[in-house]
Every structure is written in structure tokens, then in C-alpha cells.
Design a protein around this ligand. Sequence first.
Ligand code: CA
Length: 226
Amino acid sequence: MKPKILIVEDEPAIADTIQYALETDGFDAICLSSGAPVVDLLQKEAIALIILDIGLPDINGLELCKQIRKDHTLPIIFLTARADEIDRVVGLEIGGDDYVTKPFSPRELTARVKAVLRRTRTASPTSMGASVFQIDQSRRLIQYFGETLDLSRYEYRILKTFIRRPGHIYSRDKLMEMVWEEPEASMDRTVDAHIKNIRAKLKALQPEIEAIITHRGRGYALKEDL
Ligand code: CA
């Protein structure tokens, strides 16, 4: 089966060029000209990767990425026309996997798509046979050593965020921003409370393993070599 790539780009000429290049290279490509239908589409279609324009007519691509990241771990490559957006993509760790600046050659973009798919395929814990975690996105369940964890909605989102990038340190602010719908409504401490709960649930199954590591003054990370 061909990997299906979703192109979200409002300029038809660019979208067509990308679609043609991807299909020539053996991918299936779907185009959307606005951000609104993306989240729905992801529920219905098995998309391997998203190429996401930052300057969309209805929503900023970075904002859309945050929404996607609440439920999906698939790789995202940003398209940007502005140098000042690159800082945000790279610096804020919005959850994008790569970016390409306009104008770009279709060949360069398909090369990036292949590279990102290769990288995320090997790094993705959900597809690694040896991984101690298994994520079932459709049922919003996470298994730890083959046992299903009983997680609240936010615990699920936090743990999924960690699993996506083992070893990566997330600050409380970052977790809040990625996981909560209304970050400003919650207190810093809430993150700590959820982490404490997740730890207790993981420890209940594997008392010997310290899966979530506290980096003092910096945040939390999932242990890398679990
Ligand atoms: Ca645009």
C-alpha cells in the first residue's frame, strides 16, 4: 500500500505541484486548501505524513499543528514563506518534524518527506516491536508492558507526548501548552499532580522502573532506554 500524504496548502499551484511530485514518487496524496477539515480527516483516513502550510486562510498552521498533536503523532512538515516563522517552528518545538521554505523544489520536498518518514518510522515507539509502550489512538489507550493503563484524559495526553519523544525534556509550560485546551485556566502545579499520578500507575505495573525522569528546574522526560 502506498503511504498517504496530506497536503494542506491554499495556493492551488503549489498544492498541485507537490501532489504531482509525490505521486510520481510513489505516494498517494490528498490536498486540502484550508485547515478546518484536517482534524476530521485524520480520524477517517490513515495519513502517513502531513505537509502543512503555515499561512492558511482559516487558521495558522502552527496553531493547527498544536490541535493535531493533541491526538496524533504522525510527522508534520511545515511550509513557510517567511523567515521569521522558522524561528517559531524550530524554537518553540510546536511538534513539527521538519520545515521547507518557499520557494522550494518539489524534488527537495519529496526528499524531505522520505527522510522524515524513515526517521519517524524507526523512532516511533508505537511501531517498535520492543517498545514497552503501545498506543491505541482510536481507543485512546496506552499499554505498558502489555497491560492497559487506566489513564484520565490529561494523563493520556501527557504520557503520549512523552512516548513520542523519549528523552526529550518537556517543561511544565510546554506540557501545559501541548496538552491542555485552556492552559491559562490551569495552575503549574496541575502538571506535577498528573505526572505524579502517571508515575504511580506505571509503578503499580513495574515497581523497579523509573519511567519518567525529573530534570530539576527544566521539566520532565521519558527515560530513553526503556
Ligand atoms: Ca498559504
